[in-house]
Design a binder for this molecule. Structure first.
Ligand code: DAH
Length: 392
């Protein structure tokens, strides 16, 4: 059996129709097919309209059906008129003409009826749209949570605030003076190589170059310039270095700087404070140790380690193998610190003979990774909710 399309692509002669009875037959077939389609569409149209009423789509489900039958260019009626009527043999022309007119009237009446139905449905659907069901649960708008880095900042701030430190913040764009010179890092000092960073493009003749700070330490200087001892501050913030991204490096990361200066601060105060912080942060079962290190702005300088929180400082994983976090070393390097180098006091008009103090610079991303068992720093910056949701 030919489909409607196939039927209407051929002339009556090509279809082998040569007498009045066959003409009536073939027209009856078309009408039947229209009746069937319009009947099955009634439900579809209603569902579509209701769906659209709820979802607000712009399409009109009635259009495609209508144009299939009566579109001027390629509707079934046009095709029949072109293929069947115009080329009908003279003896059949009157009957084809009559049949065509009847079919046309039938189809138009059917479509008009459908249009009326849709109109009344539109009313029904707009009522549906306006209906408010008070028994439905309200719209849940998730309010989100702090990023893990922000949470760790908060933890660290809470610990230091509880022992008398206050929180200050400083600029992310710095001058070389604050970022380097005043921290006892003169222009050609080799440690600048480790702190290569981003310089701003400035107009010619600018008073000073500007750079994205490579550490939060410049705030030591800015704080001491502003206030006389005693000083007890921590400085949370973002810092920048020209590092290539990998599992432990990012060109932007976070630090908390610490500075305590007073008339009689000793090395014991220093190590005691750091130990207190580390134990508060990682829990009472960890131990701390320090090793000699070097920073131009502290003397002596140290590197603080914590006993590996993952293997309990044994270097051996629970499974019996080497602990993958500390690589069997039992200790994990935490951050740098030291007693403030007297040379630094010279830059801020503090009397190096009267005051002493300590400073430290904690890498927050590293602390968060250690405490929460995260092994790729990049996840902090990818904004993948599957990661973020793990730290509500
Ligand atoms: N500013 C150093 C860095 O980013 C970290 C640091 C080390 C800060 C020792 C300090 C300190 O305050 O005393 O590598």
């Amino acid at each position: 059996m030919l489909t409607l399309r196939e039927l209407t692509e051929k002339t009556l002669t090509e279809l082998g129709i040569r007498d009045a009875l066959s003409v009536e037959d073939v027209f009856a077939k078309v009408r039947e097919s229209f009746d069937k389609q319009i009947a099955t569409r009634a439900d579809d149209v209603r569902n579509l309209m209701l769906r659209e009423a709820w979802l607000g789509s712009e399409t009109n489900p009635a259009t495609s059906f209508r144009s299939f039958w009566v579109s001027r260019e390629s509707g079934v009626l046009t095709l029949i008129s072109e293929k069947w009527l115009k080329s009908a043999p003279p003896n059949l022309k009157p009957i084809v003409g009559r049949q065509f007119n009847q079919l046309k009237a039938h189809i138009e009446a059917g479509l008009e009826q459908q249009r009326k139905k849709i109109e009344s449905l539109t009313e029904e659907t707009s009522l549906a749209k306006d209906r408010i069901d008070l028994s439905l649960p309200g719209v849940h708008r998730p309010i989100g949570s702090h990023h893990l880095i922000r949470q760790v900042f908060q933890e660290i701030e809470d610990i230091f605030v509880s022992i008398g430190f206050s929180v200050v913040e400083g600029p992310e764009i710095e001058t070389p003076y604050y970022n380097f010179e005043a921290l006892n890092i003169p222009e050609f000092h080799p440690v600048r190589d480790d702190m290569d960073t981003f310089y701003l493009e400035l107009p010619k003749g600018a008073a000073t170059p500007l750079l994205l700070r490579t550490h939060t330490s410049p705030m030591q200087i800015r704080t001491m310039e502003k206030q006389k001892p005693p000083v007890r501050v921590i400085v949370p913030g973002k810092v920048y270095r020209r590092d290539n991204p990998d599992a432990t490096h990012s060109f932007m990361f976070h630090q908390v700087e610490g500075l305590a200066v007073d008339t009689d601060i000793t090395f014991c105060d220093f190590t005691g404070t750091i130990e207190y912080f580390v134990i508060q942060f990682f829990g009472p079962s960890v131990k701390t140790r320090f090793r000699p290190s070097y920073f131009p702005f502290t003397e002596p300088s140290v590197e603080f380690d914590v006993s590996c929180p993952f293997c309990g400082g044994t270097g051996t994983a629970a499974s019996g193998g080497t602990c993958s976090k500390c690589k069997g070393a039992a200790w994990i390097e935490l951050f740098g610190a030291g007693m403030v180098d007297p040379a630094v006091y010279g830059f801020v008009n503090y009397d190096a003979k009267k005051v002493s103090g300590f400073a430290f610079g904690i890498g927050i991303d590293r602390m968060a990774m250690l405490k929460y068992g995260i092994d790729d720093i990049q996840v902090f910056f990818q904004n993948d909710v599957r990661f973020l949701r793990q730290f509500p």
